[in-house]
Design a protein around this ligand. Sequence first.
Ligand code: CP
Length: 301
Amino acid sequence: RNLIEPFDFSTEELTRIFDLADEIIRRPGEWLDSCRGKLLATLFYEPSTRTRFSFEAAMLRLGGQVIGFDDPGTSSTAKGETLADTIRTIACYADIAVIRHPREGTARLASKYTEMPVINAGDGGHQHPTQTLLDLYSIKKTQGRLDNLHVAMVGDLKYGRTVHSLVIALCNYNTTFHLVSPMELKLPSSVKMHIKEKNLTYHQYTDMEEVISQVDVLYMTRIQRERFSDPLEYERIKNAYILQHHMIQDTRENFRVLHPLPRVNEIDIKVDESTKAYYFEQALNGVYVRQALMALILGVK
Ligand code: CP
């Protein structure tokens, strides 16, 4: 069983993962041995703090163990080994693998060479489905539901893979989308297609302040410097959106600011003091939902 794109799991399965995450939070002691004898392999061809550490923490908290690399230069990739051979080899050692790669489609490709479950931890500017699990879980926790919410996505909607995956997943919950980006970084048509297929509504803006008072969730993202081919273009756009504390004063009571992190400068640190800032709790939720996901995939619960 793989998780490569957000629609690889049904809404019923997502609900099961969120219920498991709740159970793990309630009774962490009951899970300490559930993955004993299981081995997670982490293959990170791109930098990461949250995704890699939370996957590793999740497996260790389930009683399993972890092997892997965070720099492909220290693996035989540096000697010219193909992805196919690498994943076939890792499958001889591990029970489940998590892979992040700068090239779109790499996790899908890797999954074709092995029976071992493969989880996509981000493939280029394409998808980041486990981030979506924790984003949905965080929305559910803060809003009490997933249905019928107004969600604003702000920043780099073109290259932001967390946005692509979250939009696709939220299409199952009757969401109204407010898409805020510079003209050059609009949400790709291939992602908007999912919104249209479900007959849902989206509005596009370039001004963030227009939407803040209208929405339940403000999902901030950074401008993705590493995806720009022209560094001058990045320099021109990089300060397009900076959320300041005063901007969230007159928001709905249930309003929350989410961000997949890492943050560069798009949320001023004074916002962190607000009870409406939820991004560090969101990162913590990543451990619980990844514990639940791996427990489900490995069939230990
Ligand atoms: N949100 C996220 O994917 O963070 P990392 O790049 O630190 O893993």
